[in-house]
Ligand binder design. Structure first.
Ligand code: GLU
Length: 452
């Protein structure tokens, strides 16, 4: 009876979210994953039951949608759409990245903002959840076009953000260059130099280790996961997807800890290199990206041991550990089946929601170590939190200090997942652990602050 009631509550909750947010499949996917694990927890905790906490968390506090008009190099007027989702400010100012990519829409940004709330809570730092972006595609644009776009975007967004209100950062398509232009425009309009953005350059308030932080954090988390079964990174084979900052940080840290990365991927396909992607290959990856090139094929051309597979993802490659580090929904049920058949022991998500719900369930059913991005990729935003601290105290910490804090935070998140996610047979369900641990802090703050 008890079970039936909880199941029914989940179904009713999902039906309501579905009805309120039609045509938002990514948002619904992210909410479902949380509802399946958090609603049973709420049902057994009287202080939370009936307070509509998850219902409130699934409704953004504020959604801002705006026009971004700008002029391209040919003198033609372009019109993009800008967004900022201010999801939840119960535990701190809204915090989360800005994504510039043609696939950006309300559904994608709401899923990201929803996950960000739980992720930021897991870091233990005082940051609420937010996300923003535009359907603008920086690929193939000149520097000056990117600058004019960023200025136009910030001219509107600056009305809604601030160091105590909402602190955006980078995400896909928004790196050091874009953050620089966005910061410059904010400073010009508001006439104030503040830590309103993170991921800033070192010359104007950025933090050491921030570029590497997401990837490093993922590998620190993976190290902890492997430790639970008496294993380590050293000697393991890793399949990594993605070609951006996150993948780069992952590859660097896996190499440092003695693992071997055999794949990376771009939008055009993946590269398999049985000798391992290390040394000058890692530098070349960075070099290609800096020149605005994210084609895996161009990477493969440079090294004889690297083979390029057009239009495919790397999940058919035999590996011990898989790290999806590209984007949402890049690992499907059939990929999960192939990975498990090939003996994968650990899947550590580095992107946000890279695995579909049925892929996740397949890993969990097969008792593979599996961590959701909101836990294992939290090192990026955690280091953004450390950048905010350094800005507030007007000091810069050394790489060693930032890295040590990052590692400590990742170990803490892993422990929180274990505390809330360990099942009767000892298997750690990191999805359940991350969702419940992330929920509890936000829920406590919301209860304390009343119905607002
Ligand atoms: N976009 C990153 C994320 O998905 C980082 C956000 C931030 O640093 O605020 O967590």
């Amino acid at each position: 009876m008890e079970h039936y009631n909880t199941e029914q509550k989940i179904q009713e909750f999902i039906a309501n979210i579905e009805a309120k947010n039609p045509n938002e499949p990514e948002f619904l996917q992210a909410v479902k994953e949380v509802a399946n694990t958090v609603i049973p927890f709420i049902a057994t905790h009287k202080e939370y039951d009936g307070m509509k906490l998850l219902e409130r968390m699934a409704e953004p506090e504020r959604t801002i949608i705006f026009r971004v008009p700008w002029v391209d190099d040919a003198g033609e007027i372009q019109v993009n759409r800008g967004f900022r989702i201010q999801m939840n400010s119960a535990i701190g100012p809204y915090k989360g990245g800005i994504r510039f990519h043609p696939t950006v829409n309300l559904s994608v940004l709401k899923f990201l903002a929803f996950e960000q709330t739980f992720k930021n809570s897991l870091t233990t730092l005082p940051m609420g959840g937010g996300k923003g972006g535009s359907d603008f595609d920086p690929q193939g644009k000149s520097n000056m076009e990117v600058m004019r776009f960023c200025q136009a975007f910030m001219t509107e967004m600056c009305k809604y953000i601030g160091p105590e209100t909402d602190v955006p950062a980078g995400d896909i398509g928004v790196g050091a260059r874009e953050i620089g232009y966005l910061f410059g425009q904010y400073k010009k309009i508001r006439n104030e130099f503040t830590g309103v953005l993170t991921g800033k350059g070192l010359a104007y308030g950025g933090s050491l280790i921030r570029p590497e932080a997401t990837g490093y954090g993922v590998v620190y988390f993976c190290e902890q996961m492997l430790k639970t079964i008496g294993q380590e990174v050293k000697g393991k084979t890793f399949a990594v997807s993605g070609f951006g900052n996150v993948a780069w940080g992952v590859v660097k840290k896996v190499n440092e800890l003695g693992g071997k990365v055999v794949t990376i991927s771009g939008p055009d396909g993946y590269v398999y290199d049985e000798d391992g992607i290390s040394g000058e290959k890692v530098d070349y990856l960075l070099q290609l990206r800096a020149s605005g090139n994210n084609r895996a094929e161009d990477f493969a051309k440079k090294f004889p041991s690297a083979k390029f597979y057009a239009g495919k993802r790397p999940w058919s490659v035999k590996c011990d550990v898989a790290i999806p580090a590209a984007t949402q929904n890049e690992l499907f049920l059939e990929d999960a089946q192939t990975l498990v058949a090939n003996g994968v022991i650990c899947v550590t998500e580095a992107a946000n929601m890279p695995s579909t719900l049925d892929a996740i369930n397949y890993f969990l059913d097969n008792k593979v170590l599996f961590s959701p991005g909101k836990a294992s990729n939290a090192g990026g935003v955690a280091t953004s939190g450390l950048e905010m601290t350094q800005n507030s105290i007007r000091l810069n910490w050394s790489s060693e200090e930032v890295d040590a804090r990052l590692k400590e935070i990742m170990i803490g998140i892993h422990k929180a997942c274990r505390d809330y996610g360990t099942e009767e047979d000892g298997y750690v369900n990191y999805v359940k652990g991350a969702n419940i641990a992330g929920f509890v802090k936000v829920a406590e703050a919301m209860l304390a602050q009343g119905v607002v």
